[in-house]
Design a protein around this ligand. Structure first.
Ligand code: NDP
Ligand code: GDR
Length: 370
C-alpha cells in the first residue's frame, strides 16, 4: 500500500484528493492546523474512530510555518508521495497579510523539500507542489503554457513563485522527484465561500430563496479559466505517476468573465439577469424569473459592485493550454463550466434550503457579507 502525506488536507483540494487516494487504496496522512473550532467539515466523512484497527486515514496537527513539526511528521510517516497543498490561498487577503503568506506559501514549501532532503528520502518520496496560474499575472502570452514567462501580481503569487522555483531547484540540485502542477482556477460545491464562484453561487441561492437581497462583487471584467476540482486532483496524482518529474499546466482552455459566471449561476434558478452601467456603478437586474419555486420581480437589483473587492493589482485574463498534460499523461477532464455551475448551484440551493427551514422554525441564520 502506498502512503501519501497531504498538507492542506482540510481545504477544497485536500478533501477531494484524500477521497481519490483512499479509493485507490492509499494510506493517507493529512496535516491539519489547530483551530479554536472544528475545521474538518470537508473531511469529516473520511474520519475514522482512532480506536479501531486497520485505519487508512490519519490526521496530524501541524503548520507550514513549523519546520521541526514537518520534519518529525515526515520522518514518522515515511511517505511515498507528498502533496503540498497547504497555503494562505486567497489572493486578495495576501495583500493584507503579505509576510505570513510568504512564510506559509514560500518558506513552507522549502520546509517540506528540505525535510525530504534532510531525512535522506530523495529516492523514496515524490513531491507535488501546488503551483498556480497566478504566476502568469500580468498577461505576457495567451494561452499560457509551461513556457510562458511569469509576472506575479500579488504577495500570494510572488510567494508561490518562490515555491515554484525552489521545487525546480530541489529536483535539479538533489534529484528529488518534485513537480509543479500549474493549476488554473478550479472550483466545486466545497470551494471556500470567499472565492468569487462560491460567493456567487451561495448568493444566487440565498437571493432566490429570499434569504438575502443582493450580492456585492468586485471586478466583473476579470476572466478566469475555471475547471472542476474533482478533475484537477486526479491530475495531481497522475503528475506524480509520470516516469520523469516535470512541471505541468492544468486548465480547460476556455476563459469566462466573472459577469458571465454570475449570469450562469442565476440562470440555474430560472433568473435571467441583465447588467447595466459600468465600473463601480455597474448593477445586475432581474429580467425574468421562470422558476415557479422562486418569485423575483423583474427589475429587482440583485448584484452591485463594491470597489472594496478590487485588488491593488489585478490579473485580468487567464486561459491555459494543457496540451502537454493531455498528450503525455492522457488527461481528459469530465466537467465543463456548465456542469460546474450546475453542480455548485444544486449543492448551494440544498444547503440554503436548510437555512430556510431554520428561519421558518424561528432560529437565527447567519449573514454573509464577504
Ligand atoms: P484552500 O484555501 O481551500 O485550502 C488551503 C489549505 O491549506 C487548508 O487546509 C488550510 O487549513 C491549509 N493551510 C493554510 N495555511 C496553513 C498553514 N500555515 N499551515 C498548515 N496548513 C495551512 O485551498 P485549495 O484547496 O483551493 O487549494 C489548494 C492549494 O492549491 C493551495 O496551495 C492553493 O494556493 C493552490 N491552488 C489552488 C487553486 C484553486 O483554484 N483552488 C489553483 C491553483 C493553485 P485551514 O482549513 O485550517 O484553513
Ligand atoms: P483568484 O480567485 O484570485 O483567481 O485565486 P477569486 O475567486 O478570489 O477571484 C477571481 C476573480 O474574481 C474577481 N472578483 C472577486 N473575487 C472575490 N474573491 N470576491 C469578489 O467579490 C470578487 N468580485 C470579483 C477577482 O478580482 C478575480 O479577478 C484563486 C485561488 O484559489 C488561488 O489560490 C489560486 O492560485 C488561483 O485561483 C488560481
Amino acid at each position: 500500500m502506498k502512503v501519501a502525506f497531504i498538507t492542506g488536507v482540510t481545504g477544497q483540494d485536500g478533501a477531494y484528493l484524500s477521497e481519490f487516494l483512499l479509493r485507490k487504496g492509499y494510506i493517507v496522512h493529512g496535516l491539519k492546523r489547530r483551530s479554536s473550532q472544528f475545521n474538518t467539515d470537508r473531511i469529516d466523512h473520511l474520519y475514522q474512530d482512532p480506536h479501531i484497527e486497520n485505519r487508512n486515514f490519519f490526521l496530524h496537527y501541524g503548520d507550514m510555518t513549523d519546520s521541526t513539526n514537518l520534519i518529525r511528521l515526515i520522518k514518522e510517516i515515511q511517505p511515498d508521495e507528498i502533496y503540498n497543498l497547504a497555503a494562505m490561498s486567497h489572493v486578495h487577503v495576501s495583500f493584507e497579510v503579505p509576510e505570513y503568506t510568504a512564510n506559509a506559501d514560500a518558506l513552507g514549501t522549502l520546509r517540506v523539500l528540505e525535510a525530504v532532503r534532510f531525512l535522506g528520502l530523495e529516492n523514496k518520496t515524490r513531491v507535488y507542489q501546488a503551483s498556480t496560474s497566478e504566476l502568469y499575472g500580468k498577461v505576457q502570452e495567451v494561452p499560457q503554457t509551461e513556457t510562458t514567462p511569469f509576472y506575479p501580481r500579488s504577495p500570494y503569487a510572488v510567494a508561490k513563485m518562490y515555491a515554484y522555483w525552489i521545487t525546480v531547484n530541489y529536483r535539479e540540485a538533489y534529484g528529488v522527484y518534485a513537480c509543479n502542477g500549474i493549476l488554473f482556477n478550479h472550483e466545486s460545491p466545497i470551494r471556500g465561500e470567499t472565492f468569487v464562484t462560491r460567493k456567487i453561487t451561495r448568493a444566487a441561492s440565498r437571493i432566490a430563496l429570499g434569504l438575502q437581497d443582493k450580492v456585492y462583487l468586485g471586478n466583473l471584467d476579470a476572466q478566469r479559466d475555471w475547471g472542476h476540482a474533482k478533475d484537477y486532483v486526479r491530475m495531481m496524482w497522475m503528475i506524480l505517476q509520470a516516469e520523469q518529474p516535470e512541471d505541468w499546466v492544468i486548465a480547460t482552455g476556455k476563459t469566462t468573465p466573472v459577469r458571465e459566471f454570475v449570469k450562469m449561476a442565476f440562470a440555474e434558478v430560472g433568473i435571467t439577469l441583465e447588467f447595466k452601467g459600468s465600473g463601480a456603478d455597474e448593477k445586475g437586474y432581474v429580467v425574468t424569473c421562470t422558476d415557479d419555486r422562486f418569485q423575483l420581480a423583474s427589475g429587482t437589483e440583485v448584484v452591485a459592485v463594491d470597489p472594496k473587492y478590487f485588488r491593488p493589482t489585478e490579473v485580468d485574463l487567464l486561459i491555459g493550454d494543457a496540451s502537454k498534460a493531455k498528450n503525455k499523461l492522457g488527461w481528459v477532464p469530465e466537467y465543463d463550466l456548465q456542469d460546474l455551475v450546475t453542480d455548485m448551484m444544486q449543492s448551494d440551493i440544498r444547503l440554503m434550503q436548510k437555512e430556510v427551514y431554520l428561519k421558518e422554525g424561528g432560529f437565527e441564520t447567519k449573514n454573509y457579507f464577504e
